[in-house]
Design a protein. Structure first.
Length: 163
């Protein structure tokens, strides 16, 4: 399953990228979104690259059909890695949901737009299980779309503290 999202910001790409390349942003955002057991597993930053890998627990926001309850619990442990090429303003997000046979990734492109900027996310969700794989991809995609609204609102709020 593939879908695109575009997140608009009222600050230039340089300010947004400064935030996206800050470990404290991720820790604050996940905590304020109500996630728990937040643990930074890996973190690297240089002038050209940024990468962070965080494990956290979160509730499902999308309703779970009966078949999906075999794979997804009411809450799940997610390991997410965000990596950015700071010069090209491109990134990749990868998420693994413990015990769920689904691959989640998004290619990200941040660019100046008008007086602000936007981050385009090209999502790709894959599941190789015959018969139900597509349905499971849809459930995970719906959960991502549901969480995306709160994530974007929190990110815009946190962005106010970045110059």
């Amino acid at each position: 399953m593939k879908f695109d999202e575009k997140h608009a910001f009222d600050k230039p790409a340089a300010a947004v990228l400064k935030m996206f390349a800050d470990r404290a942003y991720f820790e604050r955002k996940y905590k304020e979104l109500g996630f728990w057991n937040i643990e930074v597993l890996e973190h690297e930053k240089s002038d050209k690259k940024f990468r962070i890998k965080v494990r956290y627990s979160t509730k499902n926001d999308a309703p779970l059909p009966e078949f999906a309850k075999k794979f997804l619990a009411e809450s799940n442990v997610v390991t997410q890695q965000d990596a950015w090429d700071l010069e090209k303003k491109t990134g990749r997000l990868e998420a693994e949901i413990r015990g769920v046979p689904v691959k989640v990734a998004a290619e990200m492109t941040l660019k100046d737009e008008g007086a602000g900027s936007s981050n385009t996310l090209k999502w790709n969700i894959g599941c190789g299980i015959p018969l139900i794989g597509g349905k499971l991809e849809q459930v995970v995609g719906d959960d991502i779309k549901s969480k995306s609204k709160a994530d974007l609102a929190k990110t815009r709020e946190i962005l106010k503290s970045y110059g």
